[in-house]
Design a protein around this ligand. Structure first.
Ligand code: SF4
Length: 181
């Protein structure tokens, strides 16, 4: 019987949540018994090969490409999980949300203390994804089925959540795995 598929992606994130997925250590062998990985940086598959049971999304949406990828994940994944604080609430990238976008770009490319940009140009090549006015958490763009908080969520949290979903059990994570105080 074909195994269910899992897909993962990193939007406006730092790949720390993906590092936490890999932190499940030797349980990755058990995971591979349970699932096949589809589109993911873990296996470098760039496009979906079919419908997936679970999609894990790291990072929020900071540009139009992030939105397109997230919408693609929503279409291809029965269960979509916001993985980590950047996906669930914007996280560190969303610190720019209180500052006008023009000011952010000028600080990054013109006025910043370590910037050398004698022509004073802000990159605007059409190949560069259009930056959004602010960073949006995933649930403000598509429907999200579960949120796993943490920066990053621990490997144990990710493991227990995945096993519950893959074995059709309730996702009843112990308090120790989801408290951050
Ligand atoms: S939640 Fe933390 S570890 Fe995950 S992508 Fe954001 S900054 Fe990185």
């Amino acid at each position: 019987m074909a195994k269910p598929k899992v897909a993962t992606t990193s939007l406006a994130g730092c790949f720390g949540c993906h590092m936490s997925i890999l932190d499940i250590d030797d349980r990755i062998l058990k995971l591979i018994d349970l699932v096949d990985f589809d589109k993911s940086p873990v296996d470098d598959i760039k496009e979906f090969t079919g419908q997936c049971l679970v999609g894990l999304v790291e990072g929020g949406c900071a540009n139009e490409e992030n939105v397109r990828v997230l919408q693609d994940f929503r279409r291809h994944c029965d269960i979509l999980i916001s993985l980590g604080d950047c996906a669930t609430m914007g996280g560190l990238p969303a610190m720019r949300n209180t500052i006008p976008l023009k000011e952010c770009l000028e600080e990054a490319y013109i006025n910043g203390p370590t910037v050398y940009n004698p022509k004073g140009l802000i990159p605007n090549d059409p190949e560069i994804p259009l930056i959004l006015n602010k960073v949006y958490p995933c649930h403000e763009v598509v429907k999200i089925d579960y949120h796993l908080p943490g920066c990053p969520p621990s490997a144990d949290t990710i493991w227990q959540a995945l096993v519950a979903l893959l074995t059709d059990k309730p996702m009843d994570l112990p308090y120790e795995l989801i408290k951050y105080d």
